[in-house]
Design a protein around this ligand. Structure first.
Ligand SMILES: Nc1ncnc2c1ncn2[C@@H]1O[C@H](COP(=O)(O)OP(=O)(O)O)[C@@H](O)[C@H]1O
Ligand SMILES: [Mg+2]
Length: 168
């Protein structure tokens, strides 16, 4: 957890202080979960989360899942190592952006071949108000309207989901 300072004209101090989030366009926006996979789409999702978090006095959780099934992990330890390192880098890059905006940030890592399940589970357990993610991700096929992780999160999320294209 990091200090949550505010800019001039806003409330200063941590989350325990009286909040001034009347500019927040969301019904509730105190807790935002942003899902990152290192793609330009998820970079855009982080930017949107930072924009919202700034006016909603939010805490932002950043999740990235090492997208490998246990069977794959068992036979390819070097791949596990490489992908875990990449995930760490995605999270660090996102956290840096969020903290630079003086927003409290916590990073979450999971390992498993069904990223949407971990994203939905964390959203539920941490009682987040909003999930922010990209329309697509690292695969980013032109002919696909919405990536499968996004589709599955939208279908199972316990809260609103903001799905962001990369060119906004
Ligand atoms: N492994 C992952 N961990 C966390 N978030 C992910 C992961 N994979 C995808 N996402 C999120 O879902 C969005 C859409 O990605 P995805 O559905 O996988 O599309 P694609 O099929 O193009 O890779 C990404 O921009 C990111 O926000
Ligand atoms: Mg993907």
């Amino acid at each position: 957890m990091f200090p949550h300072g505010r800019e001039a004209g806003k409330v200063s101090g941590g989350r325990n202080m009286v909040k001034d989030n009347h500019d927040c366009p969301l019904t509730r926006g105190e807790r935002i979960l942003v899902a990152v996979d290192g793609s330009k789409f998820s970079d855009a999702a982080v930017d949107q989360a930072v924009s919202l978090g700034g006016v909603c006095n939010s805490q932002i959780f950043v999740i990235s899942v090492v997208d490998l099934y246990p069977e794959q992990m068992a036979v390819a330890p070097a791949l596990v190592e490489k992908m875990s390192q990449e995930v760490r880098e995605h999270l660090d890059r996102a956290a840096e952006k969020i903290e630079k905006a003086n927003i409290a940030c916590e990073t979450i890592v999971h390992m498993g071949g069904t990223p949407h399940e971990f994203i939905v589970q964390e959203a539920r357990e941490r009682a987040v108000d909003l999930i922010v993610m990209g329309t697509k991700g690292r695969t980013g096929l032109d002919r696909v309207i919405l990536g499968s992780v996004s589709q599955n999160v939208i279908g199972h999320a316990p809260c609103a989901v903001l799905v962001v294209p990369y060119n906004v």
